[in-house]
Design a protein around this ligand. Structure first.
Ligand SMILES: [Zn+2]
Length: 318
């Protein structure tokens, strides 16, 4: 079975490696071994990173003792051990990612299988953003969204503190560490422990444990657009300009006033503005709850030049 490796290079560049050989595929950094089949121009990839090798039943990946590790569906590989790879698996070498698709799937599924939709393990999903500072804001907003799920009904004081945490997360441009600890001293101890964590990654992992796996996986999908998608959401300036900037005005109101109940109206406005991005419209219209960090809102706010001071460094590429 020839496989196609869909290579996703930071920052969001894409290329494809079609590999039909029954020989092993050696992967490393440009300037590494002379016999590499795939030489990546990515510093975080080692000179000889990994090998993908045919086996009796398919293929396997073997990390070659790389500095930053190789990951299969979010799990770090033990060097020199064989790990079978399957269709739709995600393989990560440093900052370079591959998704595995089959050659004959290209026709029916030219963009590759959107595996992000089907991931169920929040920890693997969070690990996808390992080492990416651009994901810090969203990881922390995800943590707050998880905290909002705890308990039947948040008391007004908890609500207020979580609101304040979100504002703080958006105000900190350099999110190297969380600085929420001082805000959360009056919170329930479970939530306080999560939000006091200085690392956005461990905060996100701890937050994911507060709720059912399926709930946190869905919340990660609310916040992060599919990181394996070939195209990040692309907001057309014409949609933003339409009807005296109805779309960005509405998006700002929803964000600032947390009027997430207006998201379906935003979907209608996008369609009226001739938006043809079905993922964007579909996300706005979905029944699931939205939160600060919602990728669709972020995409609109990030693209809107008039967002001005409210542009907290929204990022849809990570
Ligand atoms: Zn959303």
């Amino acid at each position: 079975m020839p496989i196609r490796l869909n290579l996703i290079l930071p920052p969001g560049e894409h290329s494809k490696v079609v590999w039909e050989s029954n020989q092993e595929l050696r992967i490393g950094r440009i300037g590494g071994r002379p016999d590499l089949q795939v030489a990546l121009d990515v510093n975080s990839v080692s000179r000889f990173q990994a090998v993908i090798r045919p086996t009796e039943n398919g293929y396997c990946v073997i990390d070659q003792g790389s500095t930053n590790g190789s990951w299969l569906n979010g799990v770090r590989l033990t060097p020199m051990e064989e790990y079978p790879i399957h269709l739709f698996d995600l393989i990560q070498f440093g900052d370079a990612g591959f998704s595995v698709t089959r050659l004959n799937d290209e026709q029916s599924n030219p963009l590759g299988e959107p595996t992000w939709d089907r991931w169920r393990d929040p920890n693997s999903m969070i690990r996808t953003f390992s080492g990416k500072e651009s994901a810090f804001r969203k990881l922390q907003l995800f943590a707050v969204a998880c905290c909002r799920q705890v308990g039947d009904r948040l008391n007004p004081e908890t609500q207020r503190i979580l609101d304040e945490c979100e504002c703080r997360i958006d105000q900190i441009v350099d999110l190297r560490g969380s600085r929420l600890a001082e805000l959360v001293t009056n919170l329930d101890s479970r939530l306080r422990r999560v939000l006091s964590d200085r690392s956005p990654y461990s905060m996100a992992h701890a937050a994911a444990r507060l709720v059912e796996k399926s709930v946190s996986a869905d919340l990660l999908r609310e916040v992060f657009f599919d990181p394996w998608a070939e195209q990040p959401p692309n907001v057309d300036p014409n949609w933003l300009a339409w009807n005296n900037q109805t779309v960005p005005k509405l998006a700002r109101t929803i964000y600032e006033d947390r009027r997430f109940d207006l998201m379906p109206i935003l979907a209608d406005a996008l369609e009226d503005a001739m938006c043809n991005d079905s993922a964007l419209v579909g996300h706005c219209r979905q029944e699931a709850q939205h939160f600060r960090g919602c990728w669709a809102l972020d995409a609109i706010l990030e693209a809107d030049p008039s967002t001005g001071e409210l542009r907290f460094g929204f990022s849809v590429s990570y």
